[in-house]
Design a binder for this molecule. Sequence first.
Ligand code: ZN
Length: 222
Amino acid sequence: MTPTIRHPLPDDLLLAYTTGSLPEAFNLLIATHLSLCVESRATVAAFDALGGALLDSLDADPDGEAGLEAGLQAVLRRLDQAAAAAPARPARRHAPGIFPAPLQDHVGGDLAAVRWRPVGMGVRQAILKTGPGARARLLHIPAGAAVPDHGHHGRELTLVLQGAFSDAGGRFARGDVEVADPQVEHTPKAEPGEDCICLAATDAPLRFRGLLPRLVQPFLKI
Ligand code: ZN
């Protein structure tokens, strides 16, 4: 069953994903989210179609003018095709588990393949190998526990894979993404009942208020 995604990715990030201008950690998170979110898949398909049609119309008429109308028609046709095709594309899955295919490919398996390290307060993390520009990590937050209160020096995307967490931004369950930026300060708290497992990507260190988190921060690369 496809879960209802209440917090899909915003269009600006999906467009940046389509154009290939994001660091690998963000691409991994977005590809994983797309496996779980029909709405975001349709948006990416539409951006792909738009880009393809624009290139076609440039090829056909490099100077613009006459090709404009034909180009517009081609864009509309492709958007129709994308809208028809996107929701039908099923989420690819290698093995039963909680990691969608792109994440399983990256980790080399599902949850059992993850090597967790404690980061304090019962929370565990596993930093994933990615290229420069941003970091990706898996987070395991025990049911009912909270991540220490923090702000952000850059962008932080958090995709829920199991369980759910809540903060001032709302409630986030499997497939949802919370997007935090330097204006956001939060204390994500896992719901009772089930441990919360998330994939997070950040392009700058977090900003912790508490002394203890600040002291251990460099060692945790968080
Ligand atoms: Zn945060």
